[in-house]
Design a protein around this ligand. Sequence first.
Ligand code: 13P
Length: 338
Amino acid sequence: MNNSSLEKIAKLMVAPSKGILAADESTGTIKKRLDSISVESNEINRRAYREMLFTAPEIEKYISAVILFDETLRQNSRSGKRLTEILQEKHIIPGIKVDKGTWPCPGYNEYPITQGLDQLKQRCDEYYELGAKFTKWRAVIKIINSFTPEEVIEANALTLALYASTAQESGLVPIVEPEVLMDGNHEIDICQKVTETTLKLVFDKLNQFNVNLNGIVLKPNMVLSGSDSNQEIDHSEVADKTLNILKGCVPKSVPGIAFLSGGQNEIEATENLNYINQTDNLPWEVTFSYGRALQQTALYKWKGEEKNVSVSQKAFIHRAKMNSLAHDGKYKSNLENQ
Ligand code: 13P
């Protein structure tokens, strides 16, 4: 493992004014997205959609890295060029999701645990050869009736650490993603408590398995109330509570934190990131690694039709630009209409 190249890549992934596009929806998830615009989920349409995003004019001004799914990493564009080559020509770093989704946690079947450790080293080695520079693993922490057993969090933290250590041994920067889900009727303080326990356990395990913290990117959730609770929270409270936890749990050696959007709408995700970045002297770069909150409007405008490519790309670039401003704490809502 070459520590200095891991650290260099991690820093580039969270470079100022830039963020990460999560385009690594699994075959099942991308089908749901394409179903929502009545487009068949086949290899050609999935490629057309992702090629539309990657070739959007000026994407490289706002996007440092793209997380891909296995199919996309191996796919050629319509003109025959590898999709990863299209990204690399724009100095955008390609990475790969390596987890295999969730299954019921043994002993706690209502709660998920992420699978994918089998043959992980071999898969990481192959992805390195194919040009990936980083990886992603998403652990999903569910809150049911305002409660998550610590055993489930610990099991997820352990698998995240085993994954991160494996990725680094293959020369790949691990995105460490412990997502406390927004689903549920819990209030924000419960999310705060579960997020705190999760991050503490994750960093304990990362240390136990000798993960080089200078060579990772942390991808956490923001601290939010459950999507089925009626609790109204303003952006400054989300920012305060989120930063409070992060400052207590995330060592300064971690170069960057790139949030997931996790079901927030596009504007909320931008506003919350901007509020977080209004705080001076944060010890890490704090940016976005959004999937839905970068793609939602673009997907609806595209509708699977060639004639909509340009308008869809504009919508995608607009969101990327708004979030780039939010990374720097310079977003203003009146920019949405320009
Ligand atoms: P969302 O921003 O849509 O939550 O997706 C980010 C992601 O990569 C989840 O693993």
